[in-house]
Design a binder for this molecule. Structure first.
Ligand SMILES: Cc1ncc(C[n+]2csc(CCOP(=O)(O)OP(=O)(O)O)c2C)c(N)n1
Length: 345
């Protein structure tokens, strides 16, 4: 059983996993790491107004998203799930364009990707996931919703209501909490009174699983089991992946004002990418030469996405009015006309 202490181990093992799986996890985690670095640079260059780093959370994100079926399931992310999007197969130039604030939902097709738009309302996407999951069952389909949220979001009423509803109605949802130990400047001990977030699951009548969020194999296994359970019609699961936010909350934050950065250094050392790399070498899943090749490919892919985002054309401003309602209102039509007149001046 994973505990808060064992989730801080310095080595992991992948001996029990298929080598193709660990190689795919490594490739996506490596690409996400490089893309994250590029994204921070784009913010510094003024291309992105702001950015939220996923560094240190790549195992939690890539290994959970890759346990899903992108043709059947649906992901409800927050603002920090770039690595999940990448692993799920979302078109990343369009996804990252959201950070350029060109268009509120990015430039990718949310419905076709089955990966929701970036959502900055803390806890907000969690009830959406339950709604979608209940709808899926009413349609007679077997898709599973996965809702990402943070330790801070776990204190929101929305998350309680979503879990309670899902527990009572047996909705096919995986509640995936990335406990990165900080909700902006608020630490875990101001968020959790009962020892862990996963312990709350009992009150909702669902299994609660605490997993080392920096152990890609363990995250993948826990998520695969939760998805299978939901698909079999046995209801929701709450997974708490214990990890750490090693970067500032966002590019606008200064964590030195509220936390002891020597603890951050310890977690930087528990780098999920390094842990996976060492475990793969130890298990004979790869060798240094193959890893060097994957690293080079990941770098090229991150650069391709960066260049695509930086040069993406701005969408036509009239799209502002296109997706507000299925059928537009008189007021919106009036505003659209006014906007048109102003741009034509
Ligand atoms: C409903 C709501 N309340 C407050 C905020 C301001 N806010 C933005 S991020 C954040 C912290 C969220 O922490 P957590 O859920 O742990 O996620 P993390 O950012 O650590 O991934 C807060 C309070 C918000 N965006 N939405």
């Amino acid at each position: 059983m994973t505990t808060r202490e064992s989730a801080g181990r310095d080595t992991i093992t992948v001996d029990h996993l298929p080598p193709e799986l660990t190689r795919a996890l490594y490739r996506d985690m490596r690409t996400a790491r490089d893309l994250d670095t590029e994204a921070i640079a784009l913010q510094r260059q003024g291309v992105f107004p702001a950015y939220v780093s996923v560094r240190g959370q790549e195992a939690a994100q890539v290994a959970s998203a890759s346990a899903l079926d992108p043709t059947r399931d649906f992901v409800f992310p927050t603002y920090r799930e770039m690595a999940s999007a990448l692993a799920y197969g979302v078109e990343m130039v369009g996804y990252m364009a959201t950070h350029r604030a060109l268009w509120h939902g990015g430039l990718y097709d949310v419905m076709a990707s089955r990966f929701g738009a970036i959502n900055a309302v803390v806890g907000g996407p969690v009830p959406h996931a339950v709604g979608w999951a209940v709808g899926e069952r009413l349609r007679g389909d077997d898709g599973v919703a996965l809702a990402y949220f943070g330790d801070g979001a776990s204190s929101e009423g929305d998350v309680h209501e979503a879990m309670n509803f899902a527990g009572v109605f047996g909705a096919p949802v995986v509640f995936f909490c990335q406990n990165n130990q900080w909700a902006l400047s608020v630490p875990n001990d101001r968020q959790i009174a009962g020892g862990s977030i996963s312990a709350r699951a009992a009150g909702y009548g669902m299994p609660g699983v605490l997993v080392d969020g920096n152990d890609a194999g363990a995250v993948h296994q826990a998520t695969t089991e939760a998805v299978a359970r939901a698909r079999r019609g046995e209801g929701p699961t709450l997974i708490e992946a214990l990890t750490y936010r090693v970067e500032p909350h966002s590019t606008s934050d200064d964590p030195g004002r509220y936390r002891d950065e020597t603890e951050t250094l310890r977690w930087r050392d528990r780098d999920p990418l390094r842990l996976l790399r060492e475990a793969m070498l130890a298990a004979g899943h790869t060798d240094e030469a193959r890893l060097a090749e994957v690293d080079a490919q990941a770098r090229r892919e991150a650069e391709r996405i960066r260049d695509g985002v930086a040069t993406a054309p701005e969408p036509d401003g009239s799209q502002l009015f296109a997706h507000v309602y299925r059928e537009t209102t008189e007021e919106l039509t009036r505003q659209h006309r006014t906007w048109q007149e102003e741009v034509e001046l």
